[in-house]
Design a protein around this ligand. Structure first.
Ligand SMILES: NC(=O)c1ccc[n+]([C@@H]2O[C@H](COP(=O)([O-])OP(=O)(O)OC[C@H]3O[C@@H](n4cnc5c(N)ncnc54)[C@H](OP(=O)(O)O)[C@@H]3O)[C@@H](O)[C@H]2O)c1
Length: 180
């Protein structure tokens, strides 16, 4: 059984992650994930065109502001005392604002990271599905998918697809919200 507040929620939160086979999402703080395949970029663009809003952390927004500015984008930051709006971009501190209520008018929300945001959304019960594009690389170090670790969570595989000859895999999981 899903907890009551999750049963009532209409918004679907879907995370999109590109990762190395050792589960890293970038080699350094600032770099955009250019190591990803063109097939993954195409998949992400297609998926974003269907999303009503996007949630990102401040660092990811800083790295991709040009592309995110034209969307209904919600940027998380601890530094804000009050919510601030610039065009279609809203800067918000979830410690002061109920993010689920703020996003309740959207049907589909894409969660685009980075690692601290994936963790926060999972731990807040605001993640229903996750797409992980596994690129055929071992980073060996770099940013974790869930920065600093997270709660142990069972997921169900919805689909798996090979995107190209190089061996990029697209995994689609549903998050099971009940605790293990
Ligand atoms: N491979 C991929 O799919 C993928 C996806 C996205 C990003 N990335 C990469 O990941 C790196 C950035 O990841 P990151 O983990 O460092 O940064 P991030 O999650 O984009 O941003 C972290 C910042 O966001 C704010 N934040 C995050 N969670 C918050 C919360 N619950 N409440 C309030 N503020 C919150 C904080 O900003 P303040 O410091 O202002 O408080 C925090 O310092 C970049 O290299 C980027 O290219 C990769």
């Amino acid at each position: 059984m899903r907890p009551q507040h999750l049963l009532q929620r209409k918004t679907r939160f879907i995370a999109f992650v590109a990762a190395s086979i050792d589960g890293r999402i970038s080699l350094s703080e600032k770099t955009l994930p250019r190591w990803t395949s063109k097939e993954d970029w195409r998949f992400l663009e297609r998926s974003l065109s269907r999303a009503d809003a996007v949630v990102v952390g401040r660092n990811t927004y800083a790295a991709a502001a040009k592309r995110l500015r034209k969307r209904n984008t919600f940027v998380l930051s601890n530094r804000l005392k009050a919510m601030a709006r610039r065009g279609s971009v809203t800067f918000v501190n979830p410690a002061n604002v109920d993010l689920a209520s703020l996003l309740a008018k959207y049907k589909t929300v894409a969660v685009l990271g980075g690692g601290t945001v994936y963790r926060f959304m999972l731990e807040s019960g605001l993640l229903d599905e996750i797409f992980i594009t596994v690129e055929p690389l071992i980073f060996g170090h770099g940013k974790e998918m869930f920065v600093g670790g997270t709660v142990t969570t069972r997921v169900s595989l919805l689909s798996v697809k090979r995107l190209n000859r190089a061996g990029t895999l697209l995994l689609h999981y549903q998050i099971n919200h009940q605790q293990l």
